[in-house]
Design a protein around this ligand. Sequence first.
Ligand SMILES: [Zn+2]
Length: 312
Amino acid sequence: MDRREFSKSITAATIALGLGRLKLSAATPPPQIAITMDDFTWANPVKLTAEKRLNAILAALRSHSIKAAGFVIGRNADSETGQSLLRQWDNAGHLICNHTYSHRNYSDPRMTTATYRDDVLHAEAVLKSYPHFRKLFRFPMLKEGDTAEKRDGFRAFLKQHNYRTGHVTIDNSDWIVDERLRVRLAREPGAELKPYRDFYLKHMWERAIYYDELGRKVLGRNVKHTVLTHFNLLNGLFLGDLLDMFKSRGWRLIDAETAFTDSVFAAEPKLLPAGESIIWALAKATGKIDKDLRYPAEDGEYERAEMDRLGL
Ligand SMILES: [Zn+2]
């Protein structure tokens, strides 16, 4: 091949590659992900005050022009400090959703449907006056009942009160990383933060990929993801890095309200105990994708050994 021919064939190859890339990107739209943030526990902060944590979290969301959904424990909003934090969250345009008043486990055999209903309505009374309050409900610990009667009874109650379940699609254990970080900083205020950041980002990425693939296996399509995070020190420090990571790896950041329009959130898998990520529950309910599905789907236990190894 002479030089000219060689250059022609290179150009052709480049064009073919380019077209291939175009085709590929048209066939595989980027995964979409919204931030959901639970609990709003603000008491006894380490390193950052609740106000500083909130400001950092709001700044990270603002810099990516996205609106999150906060699943707020009513008890945490039932005080002047709680109200002041929540007003700022609301003023920034983020959703306020129901996460019960006292954050108890619905799958506990001692918990009754009647007690749980009262707890949800109690939280609603505390939260409903915020302009961005939405009737989305998330079960604490994602536990949706240990018997068919409790599970179905609560689904009926939620419908009757015009609630939708604010499911998580990407479950994870951010809370254990936060817990380890706070213990470390209480003992050693100058401890290096980067190893915790790196572990957190790696953990979240692994879980995102896992649930994204599981979702395609069970539904045969992409879902609009809702990732679980908590209002904690970890996200006060690193939410911005988390958002940057997803964006730089080709994921599209979307508003929580947009994500919750996905039909996956209306699914009602017949599973016991009920709960976990909606994707996990749907996969489990098929009975076919069983071998990789551990229970609980996520738990700090799964991360502890690796964190011990890394000295975190
Ligand atoms: Zn919670």
